[in-house]
Design a protein around this ligand. Structure first.
Ligand code: H2U
Ligand code: ZN
Length: 355
């Protein structure tokens, strides 16, 4: 059966259907006929993102004192520090509590860090210069290596909350890293699925998925020699994307120098497209999934990043996971193919730079 012909058949796009997330095993319900429904719900004001290059009240600007009283030094490129309000602590004593297989709890050790991407308060990854984003890639690689080398750290989660809508506590360009004693839920699901797929087929799940998307071409957003961005077939968030390495690598530390340049390039171009959707600084949470640092080989794991933006139909109308989604399963109206068409059609010059 020609899958691409099937997917492009009109009834496939117009009828409600569910799609399987091959990476996690979760399902998403797609209701394309619903995009015309009237909207009378909450309308939020568009975020105006005009900031000075230096903000004397910002905890993350060089030379300022943070909330916990620690000085942020006058850094000139990137700056990494232990989160002053860390969710996980390295010296938590080990303990487990169980009762009747019903009540189960475990102490969890960890390390939480904050990574300032730039000393400039007014920038985002979409507006930073390539060599500066490349330095951020280097920091992520070094941090993965350093934290992952700790014998008790099994997983290093690198992520960015961008924008107040995503709960970012500060507009200064920054991300976070949480190193855990156990593998968290989402990567654990992916690791299990990728392992099963490889055991059955002898192939990497994401290498096969990338080959499928390159042939289909329907969900590709942008690409370079080393990376491809797609709206995944099973996307839940309206403009969700998946960033894939073309070469099968397990970790960010495995990337060659050229691939690191390629990652910086794509991590600038994708947020530019996002910002151009509604001509605002587009909120999202993004993060990398890669090999856990649990001393196992995990050769089947394929480095990738997920971008989860919540905005739906304008700068002021976002997607909420409510009702059926909280109680049943995630659902979307605009199809992943429509979202990809829209993202693909956008220019790669940031709206603020256009005359
Ligand atoms: P988010 O914007 O993604 O919430 O990340 C900012 C982190 O920075 C947040 O976890 C930490 C918060 O705990 N932080 C400090 O460590 N010190 C400060 O002075 C302010 C914020
Ligand atoms: Zn700042």
């Amino acid at each position: 059966m020609d899958l691409n012909a099937l997917f492009s058949a009109p009834q496939f796009f117009s009828a409600p259907h569910r799609r399987l997330n091959a990476l996690t095993g979760d399902w998403v319900l797609i209701s394309p006929h619903r995009t015309q429904r009237p909207w009378q719900g909450q309308v939020e004001k568009a975020a105006i993102d005009q900031r000075p290059a230096y903000d004397p009240t910002c905890y993350l600007c060089p030379g300022n004192t943070r909330a916990g009283g620690v000085l942020t030094p006058p850094y000139t490129s990137t700056y990494v520090f232990n989160n002053d309000f860390a969710a996980l602590l390295p010296d938590t004593p080990q303990a487990t509590w169980t009762s009747k297989d019903l009540i189960v709890a475990q102490a969890e050790r960890g390390i939480c860090r904050v990574v300032c991407f730039s000393p400039r308060h007014d920038l985002t990854l979409a507006q930073m210069d390539l060599p500066d984003i490349r330095r951020v890639v280097e920091v992520w690689s070094d941090q993965y290596e350093e934290l992952g080398a700790l014998p008790w750290v099994q997983h290093v989660q690198i992520f960015e909350n961008r924008g107040a809508l995503m709960g970012a506590s500060n507009p200064h360009p920054h991300g976070q890293i949480w190193a855990d004693e156990t593998i968290p839920l989402e990567p654990a699901k992916e690791i299990a699925r990728c392992g099963e797929y490889t055991a059955k087929s002898g192939h990497c799940l994401l290498c096969d998925y990338l080959a499928f998307e390159l042939e289909a071409a329907a969900r590709i957003v942008c690409a370079n020699d080393h990376f491809v961005v797609v709206v995944p077939f099973w996307a839940v968030w309206p403009f969700e994307t998946l960033l894939l390495t073309r070469r099968h690598v397990n970790t960010i530390t495995d990337l060659t120098s050229d691939e690191r340049d390629g990652l910086a390039d794509i991590m600038r171009r994708l947020p530019i497209r996002y910002d151009n959707v509604f001509e605002i600084s587009f909120p999202y949470s993004m993060g990398f999934h890669q090999r856990p640092t649990d001393q196992l080989a995990h050769a089947e794991l394929h480095l990738h990043a997920h971008y989860y933006p919540p905005l739906l139909r304008s700068a002021t109308v976002r997607k909420f996971m409510v009702g059926y989604e909280m109680l049943g399963q995630p659902q979307r109206d605009i199809t992943p193919e429509q979202a990809a068409d829209r993202l693909r059609a956008l220019p790669e010059i940031h709206y603020s730079q256009r005359g």
